[in-house]
Design a protein around this ligand. Structure first.
Ligand code: NAD
Length: 371
């Protein structure tokens, strides 16, 4: 039995409310007589840290993040901090965490719970039971490549340039994550790129082919043009298991896939770094995809499921607690099946509950499943 060290960073707005529900689940697991347990520390991030310390994350909090087995992150930002200087804006806290922990692999599952299939923009039969994983490279590519600039030309008009840049190493390390993930799922990876028109696309194809041969010949690998992938996601999303792609295409494809699942309040994510040379453990941060939702914060209206599912991802991908992660996922599905809904996923004939009532219902189901 192990004790896992977690850093909780609730952040701002609904981040605080939904993190409280994760803390209740942690307490529940800590109350078991057998099984792994958790030690947690909390700290400020985002606007809350700006108010208290004048920066979006302190060096002390960063040191705790480096030392933790996993960082569980809520959400940051809000209108209160709209006018603070750019360098200390709330989002800078999240960006520093991603950068300093070198979190290059962003996992965004798109799962459609049968109970919510009618909330999707696609027909029930196309999305019901959907379970795909988009793996987006997060620290390279078009958003970071240099030169990145706008220059004014002699005639007064402007010319802007963004640079899409990848190295073999950057592609190989994220491809390995994709193959590792596929082995624990449906054993299939689609690599989406534009090798027909982009040099980086050619490199993505070459490196993933080689990595597949050397590292994961047991996993099925298919290359798919990114535009075709966007189309296939709408036509027949269940053909996919893991989709591996670069930073720019991943940004777009993961948003597209997420909308099949119903609501922003349902979407978890994980960001992983390289395995430690000695322990093999990866630096990792888990967070819901949504933001701090200032329009509903403080009213008990937030859906805690994306946050709770992010915690379940931490159990699965950082803490070797896959069984407990499965139980959380089952408990969420059961609560939805019983017709409980927060406002964002409310449907006719269902019962609307608050953030903490949803948390309590999930805890109760967990208790039943583990009895
Ligand atoms: P948002 O995700 O906070 O909210 C978008 C809409 O979805 C809102 O109507 C909100 O009420 C709803 N919503 C979001 N999460 C919900 C949940 N769990 N339950 C129920 N409804 C939910 O995006 P926004 O309004 O564009 O941004 C608000 C603030 O959050 C901004 O300051 C933005 O910069 C920040 N933000 C932070 C992150 C992050 O921390 N990773 C991500 C996105 C936005």
């Amino acid at each position: 039995m192990k004790t896992h060290n977690l850093l909780l960073l609730p952040g701002d707005g609904i981040g605080v409310e939904i993190m409280a529900e994760v803390e209740r689940i942690i307490e529940f697991f800590n109350g078991r007589s057998d099984g792994d347990s958790f030690e947690t520390t909390s700290d400020l991030v985002g606007g809350a840290a700006v108010d208290a310390h004048g920066v979006a994350i302190t060096d002390e909090a960063m040191a705790k993040a480096v030392a933790a087995d996993a960082v569980i992150f809520g959400a940051v930002g809000g209108p209160k901090w709209d006018d603070v200087p750019y360098d200390i804006r709330p989002e800078a806290g999240l960006l520093r965490l991603r950068k300093d922990l070198d979190l290059y692999a962003n996992l965004r599952p798109a799962i459609c719970y049968p109970a919510l299939a009618d909330a999707s923009s696609l027909r029930r039969e196309i999305v019901e039971g959907l379970d795909i994983m988009i793996l987006r490279e997060l620290t390279g590519g078009t958003y970071f490549g240099e030169p990145k600039e706008t220059v004014t030309l002699e005639d007064g008009s402007k010319r802007s340039v963004d640079t899409t840049l990848y190295t073999t190493g950057e592609i190989e390390r994220v491809a390995k994550v994709a193959f590792d993930l596929a082995r624990k799922r449906g054993n299939k990876v689609h690599m989406a790129a534009k090798w027909n028109v982009m040099k980086t696309g050619v490199l993505w194809r070459e490196v993933t082919t080689q990595t597949h041969k050397d590292y994961a010949p047991d996993v099925e690998l298919e290359h798919i043009l990114a535009d075709n992938c966007a189309m296939q996601l709408i036509r027949n999303p269940k053909q996919f298991d893991v989709i591996l792609t670069d930073n720019l295409f991943g940004d777009i494809l993961s948003d597209e896939a997420s909308m099949m699942t119903g609501s922003l309040g349902m979407l978890p994510s994980a960001s992983l770094g390289s395995p430690d040379e000695k322990t093999g453990k990866r630096k990792a941060l888990y967070e819901p995809v949504h933001g701090s939702a200032p329009d509903i914060s403080g009213q008990g209206l937030a859906n805690p499921i994306a946050m709770i599912a992010s915690f379940a991802m931490a159990l699965r991908y950082s803490l070797d607690m896959g069984e407990e992660a499965d139980l959380i996922d089952k408990a969420v599905a059961a609560v939805l099946e019983k017709g409980l809904r927060t406002g964002d996923i409310m449907q006719d004939g269902k019962k609307q509950v608050s953030t903490s009532e949803m948390g309590s219902a999930i805890l109760e189901e967990l208790g039943v499943l583990m009895a």
